[in-house]
Design a protein around this ligand. Structure first.
Ligand SMILES: Cc1cc2nc3c(=O)[nH]c(=O)nc-3n(C[C@H](O)[C@H](O)[C@H](O)COP(=O)(O)O)c2cc1C
Length: 201
């Protein structure tokens, strides 16, 4: 099983999502000692935003072989190929302004790639990723799950589904800015859920 672990929080020791994704990966390692995990700290080292030349290259005909285009897409190709080879995607996603952080959006823009993770056919859009699972760990200062203020879970479900990742489990730590007690409870509850999930793998 190949795991791709992405942390999108810009914070370090105070990050709730980092603590939780790390608890999940550690629990998974207990069960599978030889587990292969690739970790990307996009919160501290975000992928580039897509550019004019990136869009031109990504949507050029598949048989193009322009070296400049290949250069522009090189990092995106690497990130996308890595996702294509992954069995389990684990994302730590802080809620920022009701949705995902800019770093996670930048990563998504790099891996939603025509003819790699989705393709456009006469019948419409066809997702190209198959058989993958995702665990998304979010943290929110307030309580927004299931409300009109949550543009994070619905967005992630939609975009992951668009490329074929439909087996997605969300674990939310909510109310972490509602006082020490609420933060502690949110983190303990989310960690327990994640450890339980890891046991099932
Ligand atoms: C720039 C910024 C925007 C935020 N926006 C929201 C928000 O819209 N709703 C919310 O409930 N919490 C919001 N928060 C609180 C974070 O979601 C919360 O601190 C969470 O723990 C962040 O994850 P992290 O600890 O892994 O960085 C925001 C925090 C920051 C720094």
């Amino acid at each position: 099983m190949k795991v791709l672990h992405i942390d999108a929080s810009p914070r370090t020791v105070r990050s709730v999502t980092r603590k939780l994704t790390s608890a999940f990966i550690n629990a998974l390692r207990v069960k599978h000692p030889g587990l292969k995990v690739t970790h990307h700290d996009i919160g501290h080292h975000p992928p580039a935003f897509i550019s004019d030349s990136w869009v031109g290259a990504a949507f050029a005909p598949a048989d193009h072989n322009d070296p400049a285009m290949k250069g522009v897409l090189h990092h995106s190709d690497e990130l996308t190929t890595e996702l294509m080879a992954t069995d389990l995607l684990v994302i730590g996603s802080p809620m920022h302004n009701f949705t995902v952080s800019a770093s996670l959006k930048a990563w998504i823009d790099q891996v939603v790639r025509t003819d790699m993770t989705f393709k456009i056919t006469e019948a419409g859009v066809e997702p190209l990723l198959k058989g993958k699972k995702a665990i998304i760990v979010t943290s929110r200062g307030g309580f927004v799950a299931g409300t009109a203020y949550d543009f994070q879970e619905p967005y992630l479900r939609t975009i992951l589904g668009f490329i074929g990742i439909t087996d997605v489990t969300f674990v939310h730590a909510e109310g972490v800015n509602e006082g020490e007690q609420a933060r502690e409870t949110a983190m303990t509850t989310a960690a327990a859920k994640l450890i339980e999930l890891a046991k099932g793998w």
